[in-house]
Design a protein around this ligand. Sequence first.
Ligand SMILES: CC(C)=CCC/C(C)=C/CC/C(C)=C/CC/C(C)=C/CC/C(C)=C/CC/C(C)=C/CC/C(C)=C/COP(=O)(O)OP(=O)(O)O
Ligand SMILES: O=P(O)(O)OC[C@@H](O)CO
Ligand SMILES: [Mg+2]
Length: 245
Amino acid sequence: MEERMISFPSFYAEWRHVFKLDPDRPIADEALERVCLSGTDAILVGGSSGVTYDNTVELLSRIRRYELPCACELTDPAGAVPGFDGYLVPMVLNTPHREWLIGRQAEALADYGRLMPWESVAGEAYIVLNGEATVARLTEAEADLTPAQTVAYAQLADRLWRVPVLYLEYSGTFGDMALVRKVRDGLSQARLFYGGGVRTPEQAREAAAAAHTVIVGNVVYDDLPAALATVPAVKNSVKEQDHVF
Ligand SMILES: CC(C)=CCC/C(C)=C/CC/C(C)=C/CC/C(C)=C/CC/C(C)=C/CC/C(C)=C/CC/C(C)=C/COP(=O)(O)OP(=O)(O)O
Ligand SMILES: O=P(O)(O)OC[C@@H](O)CO
Ligand SMILES: [Mg+2]
């Protein structure tokens, strides 16, 4: 009975711009400070490989010197470190392997579910659309979906499963914004995260106009000034989708 009393988590509900930092990639103190003071709405800690308890604790403790929200994308039970403001559990919709849809997640819950801080956990349905991305290779995602198939996956997660976050993942390449917008317009309640190849203010503005939340990752490590310039581009852009929510 108690389980039913858990309120729906919404720690991500106001995020427009998010930096995703990888515990497996080094970042200098000065760079981290500039990221954390950039005006971004949150830091999401996660990566598709090499995530450990130690590198996750280390990154979290360094981010905690600053005041912004910090959430964890759980891709390995080893990286389930207490003390984040929220946890997102990915499920890859367009993988042919059940282990990446629900298998590993169920295994982790069977082993550790009693420790889960459910009031700050949300499911995150991924549609992986860049076949070259690490996550696509790892999960053998069928990335060559038609727009109709992509919308169908999104609506299945949003309308049938009521998953709170739908993530269009183009990691490493800038995606098709017309498709992102089409997916967003077909959602009934999920928040649409867009991530992939955002490296310029113009791309950031386009992504902000198409999705609810823009995630910026690799450019932090490749070109920090360019990464920082995506923050005002997103935050100052008009929330075209306001009518949806
Ligand atoms: C929270 C807490 C304190 C709990 C304690 C108890 C505990 C251990 C609970 C376990 C919780 C749980 C359910 C864990 C999930 C386990 C799991 C294995 C889930 C599978 C997730 C999954 C589908 C992973 C596949 C990869 C994926 C979708 C990654 C998403 C992130 C991503 C794409 C990052 C980008 O990766 P990057 O490495 O940067 O790639 P690029 O090369 O493209 O840059
Ligand atoms: O690293 P990039 O290409 O910015 O993508 C961000 C994020 O979607 C990765 O999961
Ligand atoms: Mg990356």
